[in-house]
Structures are given as structure tokens and as C-alpha cells.
Design a protein around this ligand. Structure first.
Ligand code: KIV
Ligand code: ZN
Length: 498
């Protein structure tokens, strides 16, 4: 049987320390529930003594979540531990995460102390936390730069004092993978009683090695990993949950199992990104926009023949459901034909060449060509089978006047009209639309894509609308950007289930 690897998610504690990314309690609960659905084992919900907001979030997350262990961070200070225990009172499964810096830099400059004194404080805080909870995790801050012999003494002492998990953070992201792996292996070999606790990795990404270090830790005996969604966190961030989960899924030779439902990875990544207003870089491993997008002709041809040529994981395994091959000026006829077929467009004999010429002319002007462009090229009216259609839209807006919009919709053959004022033309148009379609829906994301060439080019709008706990993606393309926005909103509504 494979060993079990525990996933400790710290998106809501270490991840949330990113400047400008703070979440309110309601948003934290949303993330915590998504993490529970994703299958994480432990949710680090906050640092309760740091602020009343953090204290309250740990309480509310504890109430909202059932299966994962809820963890609260403290320093090696009794008051911190008292407050953490209080914040965890409603958690069904609870853990206190306490600790202290163990590197010489921390001992000398931060604590003005000695190795012996720090060792005693480490033992004392673990014993104190054990008075409140069964599960106590100890962190040896800056373990990455801590002398291994001294670190082993600290780890042995805290396990004896009752620590059930010992966290070995590479706080500054300094270690090389081999060095970090050897550190874990040293502790596995030299700590008496190591079998009574689990060693945990906690790697920062300052030198881009967080995931590599975490994997080195796992390969050398660590059985818990501390990670965040999208790798967010202070400075260059923490190890990304999605990277570790997919490495383990792709490499059958690593005989380890997690409880992660990988198909929830992409939606969780999008949720965290949108709530924190922190975009995911396009080339981010596993969840970036381009992670599965093969744009060169050679790659596209290979993928179409057999995905194994260039794809080591299936986008569906991480919850990406669409066909994300980006068509560019370098794409071949085979890629275009395949996309048309996927879009349900039948190509008459001999018409592919002409279509391909038109596609190349468009691709020369634009960075990438999407499904709507292709449908336009193929002369297909995307909206012709939609239940709700925009019949007309008239907007008055400008500087010093209130925007007003009136629009007409055709809903399954019946015509409706409405008008509304708003804070700008898009707001006015959407308010008018909502007068006709009165549902509890909320606009979550609204992106207007740059017009590529000329003021008469198509403006493109991507939207996400939440309705009945589901998020629907919509798209609109029109030379009038306000009309494109309304079309994108209607596109979302047309996809509503129920
Ligand atoms: O990076 C770190 O050392 C930490 C500890 C507080 C666990 O986040
Ligand atoms: Zn950290």
C-alpha cells in the first residue's frame, strides 16, 4: 500500500499575508469550504492573536468546515496559545501550530538568546499547547538555515514533549533541493522517537525552488506538506498545492497518495485568484491560462495525433474542461479542422483551404484566434440557438451625464423591453437586463480584452456570473464594447442550470 501524504493548506494564513490580498471572514469561509471539497487534510485558518479579524475567522471557519483539521498559528508564547485554543473551540478536529526560530540568525538577532534557552522555550510551548489539544505541531522557524545537529536535538525534544507533527520550514527559500532533502533524511535517521511524529515541509519560493524542495522532503520521509493555492504567500510565495498534487498523480513511481480531488484544482485556483484579486500568471504550472495550450504547429499536430506526444497530464484531471489549444498564425490546417469539428461546424469538401487562408490573415493581425473568431470566419451565428437573445441596445452616456440604457430581449420567441440608469453604460445596461430577468445572480469577473487592431475591431468581453452557487462563464464579441458586455452576461444566463 502507498504511504499517505497529508496536505496542510496555509492559503488562509501564510498565503493571506500577501499585501493587498486580505479576505474578509465571509470570503475566507468560501475558500475554506472549497479547500474542504478539494480534499485537504488540514486548513491553517489564521493567527488568532494577531487581530480580532483573524480570531473571528478561525471561529467561523471552525463552524463552517467539518472534515479537515483546523489549525491556528501561535508564537511560543502562552497568551498566543490561550487565544488560539479559544478560537478553535468550535473546530471538530483541531490543531495548535506553535514554534520558534532555531537558526543562529534568529537565536542571536531576533531573540538575543542561546541555543539552550530556545530549546527550553520550544519544549515549554509544546507542553503548554498539549494542555488544550491532542494535536500539536511545532515549527522550527528558519530550519532551512539551522544547523542539522542542533535541529535534530530540538525535534527530538519537542516530540518527547508531545508534538505530533514537526514542521521544518525553509522560511527564507534558501535551500537547494538536495540540501533540504538531506536535512529531512538526517532528521529521520538521527531523531529518537521520530516514528511518533510526522515531519512536515514548509518551503518558500524566494529562489523558485519551493516545489522542488517540497518534493525532496517527501522523497526523504516527510509525510505532510504545507502549501497554498496558486503558490501564493509572502514575497515569492509558498509551495503550490496544485503542483505537488499533480506531480504525485503523474509520477506513479512515487508511492504516495493524497486525498486531493484533482478535478477541483482549477475551480479552487480561480476562486482564490478572484477573491484575492491576484491574477495567476499565464505560464503558471498546472493552473496558468497557457498550461495546456499548445500553440506551435508541430505540437498541435502531435497532440491531435495522440495527446501523449506533448501532454503529461489531462487538463480534465485538474478540472479544465475546454479544449485549450490556442490557434495562432503557426497553427496548421489539422488544428483548424479539429477545432471546427469540436465546435460542431461541418466543413464542405474543398472549403478548408479557403477558410485556412482567411484564418491565417486574421491570425497575422491577432495574437491568438479564439472559438468566436473561428465561428465568425466559418459564417456561423453563435447565438442562433440561444434561448435569450439581445434584440437591441441603446445607451446614452458621457461626461457629466448619468448613463441610461434601454434594451430589448427575445426570450424563447417572446419580446421584452426595459430601461435603467446606472453608474456607467455597462452598469445601466445590466440593470435594465436584470429588470427583465429577475434572478439572484452576481457578476464575479469582467474582463475586456484589448482590441487588436483599429478602432473598428471587435471588442471581446469575458464574464463570470454566479447563480445558485455555480459560476458560469460567458463571452461576448462586438464592435460595440457595451453590447459585447451585455452579450457576455446573456451568454452566462443562457448556461444557467435550472
Ligand atoms: O515560513 C515560516 O517559517 C512560517 C512559520 C511561521 C511556520 O510560516
Ligand atoms: Zn511560511
Amino acid at each position: 500500500m502507498n504511504d499517505r501524504l497529508f496536505i496542510f493548506d496555509t492559503t488562509l494564513r501564510d498565503g493571506e499575508q500577501v499585501p493587498g490580498c486580505q479576505l474578509n471572514t465571509v470570503e475566507k469561509i468560501q475558500v475554506a469550504k472549497a479547500l474542504e471539497a478539494l480534499g485537504v487534510d488540514v486548513i491553517e485558518a489564521g493567527f488568532p492573536v494577531s487581530s480580532p479579524g483573524d480570531f473571528n475567522s478561525v471561529i467561523e471557519i471552525s463552524k463552517a468546515v467539518t472534515w479537515p483539521v483546523i489549525c491556528a498559528l501561535t508564537r511560543a508564547v502562552e497568551k498566543d496559545i490561550d487565544v488560539a485554543a479559544q478560537a478553535l473551540q468550535y473546530a471538530k478536529h483541531k490543531r495548535i501550530h506553535t514554534g520558534i526560530g532555531t537558526s543562529d540568525a534568529h537565536i542571536c538577532y531576533k531573540f538575543n538568546s542561546t541555543r539552550e534557552e530556545i530549546l527550553q522555550r520550544a519544549v515549554a510551548c509544546v507542553k503548554y499547547a498539549r494542555r488544550y489539544v491532542e494535536e500539536v505541531e511545532f515549527y522550527a522557524e528558519d530550519a532551512g538555515r539551522t544547523d542539522n545537529e542542533y535541529l535534530a536535538r530540538v525535534v527530538e525534544a519537542v516530540i518527547k514533549a508531545g508534538a505530533t507533527v514537526v514542521n521544518i520550514p525553509d522560511t527564507t527559500g534558501y535551500c537547494l533541493p538536495d540540501e533540504y532533502g538531506r536535512k529531512i533524511s538526517y532528521l529521520m535517521e538521527h531523531v529518537d522517537g521520530i516514528d511518533k511524529a510526522i515531519l512536515s515541509t514548509h518551503c518558500h519560493n524566494d529562489l523558485g525552488m519551493a516545489t522542488a524542495n517540497t518534493m525532496a522532503g517527501i522523497l526523504n520521509g516527510a509525510r505532510q506538506v504545507e502549501v497554498t493555492i496558486n503558490g501564493i504567500g509572502e514575497r515569492a510565495g509558498n509551495t503550490a498545492l496544485e503542483e505537488v498534487a499533480m506531480i504525485i498523480k503523474c509520477h506513479n513511481d512515487i508511492r504516495i497518495e493524497t486525498n486531493i480531488n484533482t478535478q477541483k484544482i482549477y475551480p479552487t485556483s480561480r476562486l482564490v485568484s478572484s477573491l484575492m484579486n491576484m491574477p495567476v500568471q499565464a505560464n503558471k504550472a498546472v493552473v496558468g491560462r497557457n498550461a495546456f495550450a499548445h500553440s506551435s504547429g508541430i505540437h498541435q499536430d502531435g497532440v491531435l495525433k495522440n495527446v501523449q506526444t506533448y501532454e503529461i497530464m489531462n487538463p480534465r484531471d485538474v478540472g479544465i474542461d475546454d479544449n485549450s489549444i490556442v490557434l495562432t498564425a503557426r497553427s496548421g490546417r489539422a488544428a483548424l479542422k479539429n477545432r471546427l469539428e469540436l465546435l460542431g461546424v461541418k466543413i464542405e469538401n474543398g472549403s478548408l483551404d479557403a477558410l485556412y487562408e482567411a484564418f491565417l490573415a486574421l491570425a497575422d493581425k491577432k495574437k491568438d484566434v479564439n472559438d468566436d473568431d473561428i465561428l465568425v470566419l466559418a459564417g456561423v451565428d453563435r447565438s442562433k440557438n440561444h434561448r435569450i437573445k439581445l434584440e437591441y441596445l441603446q445607451v446614452t452616456s458621457g461626461v457629466g451625464v448619468r448613463s441610461v440604457a434601454s434594451l430589448g430581449l427575445n426570450i424563447a420567441g417572446e419580446k421584452f423591453e426595459a430601461a435603467a440608469g446606472g453608474n456607467g453604460p455597462v452598469d445601466a445596461a445590466i440593470k435594465a437586463l436584470k429588470k427583465i430577468i429577475d434572478r439572484q445572480m452576481q457578476l464575479k469577473e469582467f474582463t475586456i480584452q484589448a482590441i487588436s487592431k483599429g478602432s473598428d475591431d471587435m471588442g471581446k468581453v469575458h464574464m463570470q456570473v454566479e447563480y445558485d452557487k455555480h459560476v458560469y462563464y460567458g463571452f461576448g464579441a462586438n464592435t460595440d464594447i457595451i453590447a459585447a458586455s451585455v452579450e457576455a452576461y446573456i451568454d452566462c444566463i443562457n448556461k444557467f442550470k435550472g
